[in-house]
Design a protein around this ligand. Structure first.
Ligand code: HEM
Ligand code: HEM
Length: 206
C-alpha cells in the first residue's frame, strides 16, 4: 500500500513538473494565436519569432517528450483516482480531452510538416476552421482544447485553495480566450480564404 502511495506521489510530482513546463509553451502558443486578431501576416510574423526558440532541435525534442509524459502520467493518475467532487470530475474529463487533442494535434502538425511538406503556420490551423464541412469538426476541436486547459487549471486551483471565485475566474478567462481565438481565425465567422495548398490539404482530409 505504501509503495503504491509512494509511486502515485511520484507520478503526481512528475505530472506537476511537466505540467508547469508545458504551461510556459502553452502560454506563448496561445498568445501567438491571439495575434491573429491583427491578421494572418501578424500571426505568422510572431510565430516565426517564437519558432526560433521552440523549433530549436533540443527545445523541440524536450517539448515533444514533455507532451508525451504529460499524457502518460495524466492517464495513470486518472486510472487510480475515484473522482467524487465536481472539481475532480472536471480535472479528469478535461485531462481526457487534452490527451485526445494533444495526440491528434501534435500528430497532425508533424505529419503535415514531414509528410505533406506544408509550413504549419496560421493557414494550417485556419484551413480546418474556414471550410465547410470541416469547420463543424474543427471549431469544437480547437475551442474545447483551450477551454479544457483552462478548466484543468481552474480545477487544480480550486482543489488546492478552495477559492471558488478565483477558480471560476480562471475558467471564464480561458473560455473567453478560446472564443476570441476562433473569432480571430475565422474573421468573426465571415470566413477566410486559404492559399491553395492548405485548401487542398483540408479538402482531401474531409
Ligand atoms: C496539457 C497539459 C496539462 C497540464 C498543464 C496539466 C497540469 C496538471 C497539474 C499542475 C496538476 C496538479 C498536480 C498536483 O496536484 O500536484 C494536474 C493534475 C491532474 N491531471 Fe493534468 N495536466 C495536463 C494534462 C493532463 C492530461 C492529458 C491528463 C490525463 C488524461 C491529466 C490528468 C490529471 C489528473 C487526473 C490530475 C489529478 C491528480 C490527482 O490529484 O490525483 N492532465 N494536472
Ligand atoms: C491547449 C491548447 C494547445 C496545445 C497544448 C497545443 C500544443 C501544441 C504543440 C505541442 C505543438 C507542436 C510544436 C512543435 O513542435 O512545432 C503545436 C503546434 C501548433 N499548434 Fe497548437 N496547441 C494548442 C492549441 C492550438 C490552437 C487553438 C491552435 C489554432 C487554432 C493551434 C495551432 C497550432 C499550429 C499552427 C502549430 C504549428 C506550429 C509551428 O509550425 O510552429 N494550437 N501545438
Amino acid at each position: 500500500m505504501n509503495i503504491q502511495n509512494d509511486r502515485r506521489a511520484l507520478v503526481k510530482s512528475l505530472h506537476y513538473i511537466f505540467g508547469v513546463t508545458l504551461s510556459v509553451f502553452i502560454a506563448f502558443h496561445l498568445l501567438n494565436h491571439l495575434f491573429a486578431l491583427d491578421g494572418p501576416e501578424k500571426h505568422i510574423q510572431i510565430m516565426e519569432q517564437f519558432r526560433l526558440v521552440y523549433r530549436h532541435p533540443v527545445v523541440e525534442t524536450l517539448l515533444l517528450l514533455v507532451v508525451f509524459f504529460q499524457i502518460v502520467t495524466g492517464i495513470r493518475l486518472i486510472y487510480k483516482r475515484d473522482a467524487q467532487a465536481i472539481a475532480e470530475k472536471i480535472q479528469v474529463y478535461s485531462g481526457l480531452y487534452l490527451s485526445f487533442f494533444l495526440i491528434a494535434h501534435v500528430g497532425a502538425v508533424l505529419s503535415a510538416r514531414y509528410i505533406e511538406h506544408l509550413d504549419t503556420n496560421f493557414y494550417f490551423a485556419a484551413a480546418g476552421l474556414n471550410y465547410y464541412p470541416a469547420t463543424f469538426i474543427f471549431i469544437p476541436y480547437y475551442f474545447l482544447a483551450v477551454a479544457s486547459i483552462s478548466l484543468h487549471v481552474s480545477a487544480i486551483h480550486y482543489l488546492k485553495t478552495k477559492s471558488k471565485p478565483a477558480a471560476i475566474g480562471i475558467a471564464v478567462v480561458g473560455i473567453v480566450t478560446s472564443f476570441i481565438i476562433i473569432l480571430a481565425f475565422t474573421d468573426s465567422f465571415k470566413w477566410l480564404d486559404m492559399p491553395l495548398p492548405y485548401e487542398q490539404f483540408i479538402r482531401v482530409l474531409i
